[in-house]
Design a protein around this ligand. Structure first.
Ligand code: NAP
Ligand code: MG
Length: 489
């Protein structure tokens, strides 16, 4: 089953190994977990299900590396991030291909979000650090010093695996923290490749450590350890609640990026075609396995039938197939569990009388995207995060009703608002409870620094830009005179 190393470009990533203290460690006697390509079911490699001695070794390495790393100036740490960004640029195609093989994401999407976006996050975070107020005197004459929280535990999911790791690693490192990362069991290889790049660019040993394994075994041991000072988690609400509870008991900080059931609110039918087609595209990125996917399209009731026709036509344009084929626009779902969950929700909605287009199985883990309408507001397909290519269309009766529907789920990660009236758009933006609101189909800016994270059950804390850096910093107030504060750490 296992190969000894995975050749990615000219760099070899040792298999059945974890990355601790700058070394590839191949522990004896651990279970091996196969990593497969969801498009073909082919086993690509295997990984170690790390145990508590590995967990202990990883935290010890991170703790040992902490003083020297946090003693560097912020500018020096930012330079390391830029070097890692250069490596991502150089090996971006290889990383994108590897991520596509692990997760089934179409290669064109992978290039943008598994390579291009993490590179931009590293560079923008480095830049934020260079201009950050690390040390200043406030209006009362007290000196305010920002210091790293310490050793960070990062636990990440499989859907945008490289981005989700880098969104934690970049601010943690530039803050002066060291990190132990546990990637998702479905997509660990890109994390090991990233570790390889960290070594390649000379990030000091122990600053970045990668431990692989199952969430229920390795993940749980990591979380229960007293080796970390902050845990940063992206994943499901269920696991996030558990990690938050453990962190609360220990009084360590937890940042949680959890799920979503994001609305796209169309307030009038000017530009309906653009609004619906853009929503379909944003909903079905990565076969809908995207936490901020706009999965509830809320249109004026009188436009619902036309919106449904437009959405069904857009969904029918998807080219489903091999993720490595440039023409493919939708790959497989990440696992059989994910496929079964999606098909179960679609069948459930049908049985309750919904009108459904698509949502049918193709081969293996491939599923045709589904457009669902004629459902009750509290139907599970309207309320639950499905994490697949399923768009639900609801009708509203004016602005108040649209806002009510938009806010009527436990989540609040993101939202989209479409209106031809700018003052109405601003009013509705203010009324929606979500961490990010996009107006009239604006695309992501090139500089990924707008804070990302959720209201309500979508989480605690923010990623990207200066708000992300804040999450990894302690605040020290010095009352009384010492030397003049340095400009920067
Ligand atoms: P998940 O089951 O919560 O897993 C996330 C990570 O936690 C994985 O590394 C997993 O390991 C690990 N884990 C599982 N149980 C654990 C435990 N008891 N202790 C410690 N770690 C544990 O979520 P998922 O199914 O991978 O990802 C999908 C979810 O993530 C969706 O709900 C989605 O909305 C959310 N998400 C949120 C964001 C955001 O930024 N808000 C972004 C992406 C995804 P294994 O992989 O080995 O199980
Ligand atoms: Mg897989």
């Amino acid at each position: 089953m296992a190969t000894s190393s995975l050749a990615v470009s000219s760099l070899n990533v040792p298999m059945n190994s974890i990355f601790i203290g700058g070394q590839w460690v191949t522990p004896e006697g651990r279970d091996l977990i196969p990593v497969d390509n969801p498009a073909t079911s082919e086993v690509i490699a295997s990984i170690v299900d790390a145990d508590c001695s590995d967990v202990h070794a990883a935290f010890t390495a991170a703790r040992t590396a902490l003083p020297a790393w946090s003693d560097l100036t912020a500018d020096q740490r930012a330079d390391h991030l830029d070097a890692l960004a250069d490596a991502l640029h150089k090996y971006g195609d290889d990383l994108a291909t590897l991520a596509s093989r692990e997760i089934g994401m179409p290669i064109s999407e992978s290039r943008a979000v598994q390579a291009g976006l993490p590179e931009a996050v590293l560079r923008s975070t480095a830049d934020v650090a260079r201009h950050f107020a690390w040390n200043y005197v406030d209006a009362s004459g007290s000196q305010i010093i920002r210091e790293p929280v310490g050793v960070v535990l990062g636990i990440t999911p499989w859907n945008f695996p490289v981005h989700q790791i880098v969104a934690k690693l970049a601010p943690a490192l530039v803050a002066g923290c060291t990190i132990v990362i546990k990637p998702a069991e479905l997509t660990p290889l890109n994390a090991l490749f990233l570790a390889r790049l960290c070594a390649e660019v000379g990030i000091p040993a122990g600053v970045v450590n990668v431990v692989t394994g199952r969430g229920s075994t390795t993940g749980e041991m990591l979380v229960q350890s007293d080796g970390y000072d902050l845990v940063t988690f992206t994943g499901s609400l269920t696991v996030g609640r558990h990690i938050g509870a453990v962190a609360g008991q220990r009084v360590v900080r937890a940042t949680l990026e959890l799920g979503g059931k994001s609305p796209a609110v169309v307030l009038d039918d000017d530009g309906l075609v653009d609004a619906v087609r853009t929503t379909v595209r944003n909903c079905f990125t990565n076969a809908g396995q995207k936490c901020n996917a706009p999965t509830r399209l809320i249109v004026p009731e009188e436009a619902r039938a036309r919106a449904t026709e437009i959405a069904v036509a857009a969904a029918n344009e998807y080219v489903i197939g091999d993720p490595l084929d440039e023409a493919t626009t939708m790959g497989p779902l990440a696992s059989a569990a994910q496929r079964d969950k999606v098909l179960g929700y679609v069948e459930g909605a049908k049985s309750r009388g919904a009108t459904v287009a698509g949502g049918t199985p193709v081969d293996g883990l491939f599923v045709r995207p589904a457009i669902i309408t004629d459902v009750e507001e509290h139907d599970p397909v309207v309320q639950d995060e499905i994490f697949g290519p399923v768009l639900v269309i609801l009708g509203h009766h004016g602005e108040d009703d649209a806002v009510r529907l938009a806010n009527d789920t436990p989540y609040g990660l993101s939202a989209e608002v479409w209106s031809s009236d700018a003052s109405q758009a601003q009013r509705v933006v203010r009324r929606i409870k979500a961490g990010q609101v996009r107006v009239n189909g604006v695309r992501s800016p090139r500089l990924p620094i707008a804070p990302f994270g959720g209201y309500k059950a979508s989480g605690l804390g923010r990623e990207l830009g200066p708000f992300a850096l804040e999450e990894f910093l302690e605040i020290k107030a010095v009352l009384g005179r010492t030397d003049e504060p340095e400009e920067k750490r």
